[in-house]
Design a protein around this ligand. Structure first.
Ligand code: RIB
Ligand code: CA
Length: 304
């Protein structure tokens, strides 16, 4: 099994990615770390605990950054994308379980030092927790086996504006710090995630199972597809951004990648843009192609 620390800003596709990871025997989930992004860090923590209760799993959840790495700004949440509660307005009651008291970056440091060269970090929100962890303890950088990041848009337009993808623009300084650190990064950006569309017809298939968890995920995903249809008319589904990062951690053959030096714009109109350069170090594995149908089948066989 591959030991995983899963960093989330639980929103709808984070929740789908959580279920996919939890139903994948290849992965050993050591803990979830939460960050602001789609919602506040308190809401992301609540949502992560709620999803774990819904799917009947007990994995520790470590609250993380509530504001950005350098500027200390609080993100304007993506309520129009993920709903007022971050889960497509499906949350009927708060979870009973409580998060851990340890700060997320400290958990990351402790786990990587305990299991050097073993741990894969999957990061599907702003990169603030990871940036804080390697700033506090730069000695862990060579000890992290791999970081699989959902973020960025290198050869395609962004999804917040023409340049920037949501996770990167939420904290550009954190992303630049991580990309320039020397961590072994695989970047699962919009270049590939926008090719992994979940068809709207899936929702009725999930509901037809009669499983409560399937109804839970169908209801939240219906909200998410509603946003996609308003932003991309006729798309007929939604992109599986965060689930694809999990898929790549399970089986990297779902994608092909080019090694690039990725710089993040932190100022001006292009803030949050991820620019790939073939010259210079460090090298980031930028995913440029995906076997979308094979990945979608794998995801659907496990998620609910
Ligand atoms: O751009 C998509 C990413 O931003 C996903 O991780 C989604 O959950 C949001 O965080
Ligand atoms: Ca996310």
């Amino acid at each position: 099994m591959k030991p995983i620390i899963f960093d989330v800003d639980t929103g709808i596709d984070d929740a789908l990615a959580m279920s996919y990871a939890l139903n994948s025997p290849e992965l050993e989930l050591l803990g979830f770390t939460t960050c602001f992004g789609n919602v506040s860090v308190a809401e992301a923590t609540r949502n992560t605990l709620a999803v774990l209760e819904k799917v009947g799993k007990r994995i520790p959840v470590y609250p993380g950054a509530e504001q950005t790495f350098i500027r200390g700004e609080k993100e304007g949440w993506s309520k129009h994308v993920h709903g007022e509660d971050g889960l497509g307005n499906t949350l009927k009651k708060d979870p009973i379980s409580q998060p851990e008291s340890q700060f997320a970056p400290e958990f990351i440091i402790e786990q990587v030092k305990n299991r050097p060269h073993e741990i894969t970090i999957i990061a599907v929100g702003p990169l603030t927790n990871l940036a804080l962890a390697i700033k506090i303890a730069p000695e862990i950088i060579p000890l992290v086996k791999e970081v699989v990041i959902m973020g960025g848009a290198v050869k395609v337009p962004g999804n917040v504006n023409a340049y920037a993808e949501a996770n990167i623009i939420a904290d550009p300084e954190a992303a630049e710090y991580v990309f320039s650190s020397g961590l072994q990064v695989t970047l699962v950006g919009l270049d590939v995630t926008m090719q992994t569309l979940l068809p709207k017809s899936t929702l009725n298939e999930w509901r037809a199972t009669g499983k409560e968890t399937a109804h839970f995920f169908a209801d939240m995903t219906e909200f998410y597809i509603g946003y996609y249809e308003s932003y991309y008319p006729g798309i007929g589904g939604c992109a599986l951004h965060d689930p694809l990062a999990v898929g790549v951690a399970i089986d990297s053959s779902f994608v092909s990648a080019e090694s690039m030096n990725v710089k993040v714009a932190t100022e001006g109109e292009e803030a949050g843009r991820t620019v790939g350069h073939l010259a210079g170090e460090p090298r980031i594995r930028v995913c440029t192609e995906v076997e979308a149908e094979r990945f979608l089948k794998h995801f659907l066989n496990r998620v609910v």
